[in-house]
Design a protein around this ligand. Structure first.
Ligand code: ADP
Length: 511
């Protein structure tokens, strides 16, 4: 039968197997015994520690101070704990330091006073605490600095925490809010609605108040109200459910939105008004021109009657004056016809359809073939033009006007005109208008001075005396511009005075 162990043996066994490190030192600090955990923690073999001074287990910088403390401790003879708060560090054999919690127990034995020290490696706990402190610190920094107000409430709606942004937004100090119902931050009807939500939640567990980015109205301490975005989430704290509200004052955003809306509406109204007055102007030009023609025709006819019926009663001077009246009425009629043509472009409905522009150019070229030949102008089209959606008759008019001008305003011995396009993909050095196909009619004619590049699009604007370059009424380019713009395009000129011009335009809203 096995012998039962003695109490001493049992105590030794408990000492050896204790989960904490345990060391027994004598009054001079010499290590008498250690347990297995000490070997494990400090990385020493038992024989390396027995007989050594206890300071071997401390970082060198603490050893002297520790000796002094040890002596006073022995004289006090009181058992006590030394906690982590004192930031105790121990040192492993390999020099690595680690935090410990130490309990000291002086005991009087047959060999005199000895001290039983229990040493717990608290590295893991210290690391956990540090991590917790760090995340608390981070959370605090976020809460302090975030621009949104953050408030937490319990199930009853009582405010538990508010951050500085919330204080700022609502105009309260935190102390004035904590412990009060969140409903004070809401005007009616949100006030009752919110209480209703909470009551309903308490009854049914249905957390209707939870949601992201709801737009509600807040109430400041001074009673004023403001629009705010509210996002609510819920969480559990010590077994109870709580809610966190994220609040953003959107007064500025709302004001900006209202301003934008106001301007957009004003712009829309102006546009409508502009369209209406443009239309009115076109209508007026049309009616006025139409009505002006009749008396004009009368003046013209009566001048003719006078010349024919009173030939024998008129001297040369009188006849010349009547001829001048006839010429001027003719000129006025031409101008009125131009005005009529111009106003008609604004009144016309466009017949937009898929159109092969090569066909359009070919037709224009045919109709102008004789004039081109007579004037000795070469019209070249380097590559076929693409198909686009447009009113083919009007765009034919555009090309025709531009080609006729290019033909007219050229004083070079060798004259040429080139019609082409630059694709939406920009080509080397070519000009494009925001990724749209750009069509051009180019010539090596007289060119246009830079300062007149815009003026030539004004109605009746001519850069030359009436009869120079074959005459004209100055309405061709205004009509071209109007047609291009009615197609949603833009027209502009590149020109080198004395060397030639390029009339460029886009059509529609390609990307
Ligand atoms: P019109 O040709 O009847 O005078 P337009 O409106 O077609 O009227 O042209 C206005 C003015 O622009 C012309 O009088 C001319 O001075 C100038 N112009 C037009 N096209 C060209 C061109 N290709 N080269 C040089 N000048 C031009």
């Amino acid at each position: 039968m096995l012998e039962s162990p003695s109490l001493d043996a049992l105590m030794s066994y408990a000492f050896e197997c204790a989960p904490n490190g345990a060391v027994i030192v004598d009054a001079d600090g010499i290590i008498l015994r250690i347990n297995a955990e000490i070997e494990h923690c400090f990385g020493y073999a038992r024989q390396e520690l027995l007989g050594q001074s206890i300071e071997i287990l401390l970082p060198e910088r603490y050893r002297l101070a520790h000796m002094a403390q040890r002596l006073s401790f022995i004289s006090e003879g009181q058992a006590r704990m030394m906690g982590a708060r004192r930031n105790l560090s121990a040192r492993r054999k390999d020099g690595v330091e680690f935090p410990v919690e130490v309990g000291l127990n002086p005991m009087t034995t047959q060999q005199g006073v000895v001290i039983l020290a229990s040493i717990i490696d608290i590295s893991a706990r210290a690391a956990e605490e540090a991590a917790l402190r760090e995340s608390e610190e981070r959370l605090r920094a976020v809460m302090e600095n975030v621009v949104d107000g953050v408030l937490t409430i319990d199930e009853q709606g009582i405010m538990q925490s508010v951050n500085p942004a919330a204080e700022r937004i609502f105009g309260y100090r935190a102390a004035e809010l904590l412990g009060r119902n969140i409903a004070i931050l809401m005007p009616e009807p949100y006030h009752s609605q919110h209480n209703g939500y909470l009551a309903n939640y308490r009854r049914t567990g249905d957390a209707k108040i939870i949601g992201i980015g709801r737009e509600v109205t807040g109430r400041r301490k001074d009673g004023s109200t403001f629009p705010m975005d509210l996002a609510v989430s819920s969480f559990h704290l010590a077994g109870a459910r709580a809610f966190a509200g994220l609040v953003r004052d959107i007064t500025a955003r709302k004001a900006a939105e209202a301003q934008i809306k106001f301007y957009a509406e004003a712009l829309q109204a102006q546009n409508t008004e502009l369209q209406r007055s443009n239309q009115e102007l076109d209508d007026f030009a049309y009616i006025a021109s139409h009505d002006l023609k009749e008396p004009l025709r009368g003046i013209h006819n009566y001048s003719s009657f006078l010349i024919e019926d009173y030939a024998d009663k008129l001297d040369d001077d009188g006849r010349n004056k009547l001829e001048t009246i006839k010429r001027l009425t003719q000129r006025l009629e031409d101008l009125i016809d131009s005005l009529l043509k111009f106003s008609r472009v604004g009144r016309l409905d466009l017949a937009v359809q898929e159109t092969d522009l090569s066909d359009v150019i070919a037709a224009v070229q045919d109709s102008l073939a004789i004039n081109l030949r007579e004037r000795g102008v070469e019209l070249r089209v380097p590559r076929p033009l693409p198909s686009v959606r447009c009113d083919s008759v009007r765009i034919g008019e555009v090309f025709r006007n531009l080609i006729v001008n290019a033909m007219k305003y050229n004083d070079k011995p060798v004259k040429w005109i080139e019609v082409g396009y630059v694709g939406a993909q920009p080509l080397d050095g070519e000009q494009t208008d925001r990724g749209k196909t750009t069509f051009y009619v180019r010539d090596n004619g007289i060119g246009i001075p830079q300062k007149h590049l815009d003026a030539v699009f004004r109605i009746f604007k001519r850069l030359h005396s009436r009869d120079k370059f074959g005459g004209g009424t100055g309405v061709g380019l205004p009509i071209v511009k109007k047609i291009v713009e009615r197609h949603g395009g833009r027209i502009w000129i590149d020109s080198q005075f004395g060397e030639g011009s390029s009339f460029n335009f886009t059509l529609g809203s390609e990307t």
